[in-house]
Design a binder for this molecule. Structure first.
Ligand SMILES: Nc1ncnc2c1ncn2[C@@H]1O[C@H](COP(=O)(O)OP(=O)(O)O)[C@@H](O)[C@H]1O
Ligand SMILES: O=c1[nH]cc([C@@H]2O[C@H](COP(=O)(O)O)[C@@H](O)[C@H]2O)c(=O)[nH]1
Length: 413
């Protein structure tokens, strides 16, 4: 028989399977220690189960799941390593240069009037269908530019979901898509007047309310290895909060595009964790609860920086973009004059271009020029994402539009 173990040695013996009567008897002399040990064993078992399920799980994730502090998790893991229950760590690969877009994928139905709308009577229109959804549009734009991109969205098991899956699969990795049974894929209906401007749009997107933070957590292996994440505000508030918190904790650059005024209001008070917020003027006012003035937009930017935001891009239709960095740098670039056919998707194209530029290491001014070039191509197309967009056309458009312009227009209001 083994030599009697002291209480310290005992703690090493207990979980390793060598649980003899002798050891147990010794334990009974120290009931309190034994009780603590059992609790520790329970936690260690739970930690082991989580690691078996996901060998890449981080200590922060374990801590969150088991409601422990990260340092307590670290202690349990050291103990498990000493006992040989964990023999080493999974290799952590460098972040891939992959952009993950999280949010909506819809079918867009656009009704084109030949002139102005006449209310309370029927108006003749021409109807077109195309693929939409802010996160999906941004993913397709990025894919067309040649970026490695993936899309985390929610699709119904219907014809629309099938169409979205088949067509967007050409531009983005759709392996993290969530299929929601019994829900209709999102639909967006817009009425466009004779000048290409949207008069009103209707969003039938109840499917996004079925998305829960747990579904994002299950996909975090995929999301967490991205070099940039884009989140739109289609999903519920707690899902938005979850992505912002995790990207902040794990220092993953996160851009948020706000979708619409009602959906912009889902953003939390604390914006730390967001590297870049892309909003139009109305959405900017809704998030900041402050008036946006083109002559002096700094007070609005300042409100958002005080809430933890790092960079802000405000799109202003034909007036172009206003951009700001918490460091105090800011600028304005007008939109290139274009023959507008349909503005749908122009904001998403702009967001895609800015994210593409930042992911390529460009400064904010150059990234905004890339964004404006993308939206310039989009407003001239009836499609929500310009079909002719590719890396070469973008480079040529940027050269043609910005070659003779001073690119750094700091403080120019
Ligand atoms: N009438 C227009 N003429 C030229 N460019 C436009 C026009 N409308 C929009 N754009 C371009 O699309 C971008 C986004 O448009 P905006 O209307 O601000 O956003 P959203 O479509 O998201 O509401 C603008 O910054 C601009 O570059
Ligand atoms: O509540 C929403 N409204 C609209 C969209 C999408 O927004 C796009 C239009 O973008 P923009 O605002 O840039 O025109 C459309 O493809 C539409 O499907 C969305 O995802 N969620």
């Amino acid at each position: 028989m083994r030599k009697a173990a002291g209480s310290k040695e005992l703690s090493r013996l207990l979980p390793s399977g060598e649980f003899s009567w002798y050891n147990l008897n010794k334990c009974l002399f120290n009931k309190q220690k034994f009780g603590e040990r059992l609790m520790a064993n329970e936690k260690e078992k739970q930690i082991l189960a989580l690691i078996k399920k996901n060998p890449f799980i981080s200590q922060n994730e374990i801590a969150r799941e088991l409601k422990l502090s990260r340092s307590a998790v670290a202690n349990y893991i050291s103990s498990l390593m000493r006992k040989g229950e964990i023999v080493g760590r999974a290799y952590i690969l460098p972040r891939e240069r992959k952009i993950t877009c999280i949010g909506g994928a819809n079918i867009d139905q656009k009704m084109y009037l030949s002139g102005n709308i006449k209310w309370r009577t029927s108006n003749p229109v021409r109807t077109e269908k195309s693929l939409g959804g802010v996160a999906r549009n941004i993913a397709e734009n990025l894919g067309r530019l040649g970026a490695a991109v993936s899309l985390v969205t929610a699709l119904g098991n219907d014809e629309a979901g099938k169409w979205l899956q088949e067509s967007t699969g050409a531009w983005a990795d759709l392996s993290p898509v969530m299929n929601i049974s019994g829900a209709n894929t999102g639909h967006y209906t817009a009425i466009i007047d004779g000048s290409g401007e949207m008069i009103v749009a209707l969003a039938d997107m109840g499917i996004y309310d079925r998305v829960a933070a747990g579904q994002l957590a299950e996909r975090w292996n995929h999301i967490g290895s991205s070099s940039f994440v884009l989140l739109d505000t289609n999903f519920p508030k707690d899902v938005i909060q979850y992505v912002i918190t995790r990207c902040g904790e794990e220092k993953i650059p996160l851009a948020v595009a706000t979708v619409s005024v009602p959906k912009a209001e889902k953003l939390p008070e604390d914006l730390s964790g967001i590297k870049l917020l892309i909003v139009n003027r109305d959405e900017a006012e809704a998030v900041a609860k402050t008036e946006f003035s083109e002559k002096n937009p700094l007070p609005l930017a300042d409100v958002l920086f005080r809430r933890g935001l790092e960079k802000l891009v405000v799109t202003a239709g034909e007036k172009g973009v206003f951009y700001f960095d918490r460091s105090g740098f800011c600028g304005h670039l007008p939109a290139p004059e274009a023959e507008v056919r349909d503005v749908t998707g122009a904001g998403d194209a702009l967001a895609a271009g800015v994210i593409y530029g930042l992911n390529e290491g460009k400064d904010l001014t150059s990234a905004c020029q890339i964004g404006l070039a993308c939206s310039y191509l989009t407003v001239q197309s009836e499609k929500t994402v310009a079909e002719e967009l590719n890396g070469e056309l973008l480079a040529e458009t940027v050269r043609n539009l910005w070659n003779d312009t001073e690119s750094n227009m700091e403080g120019d209001f």
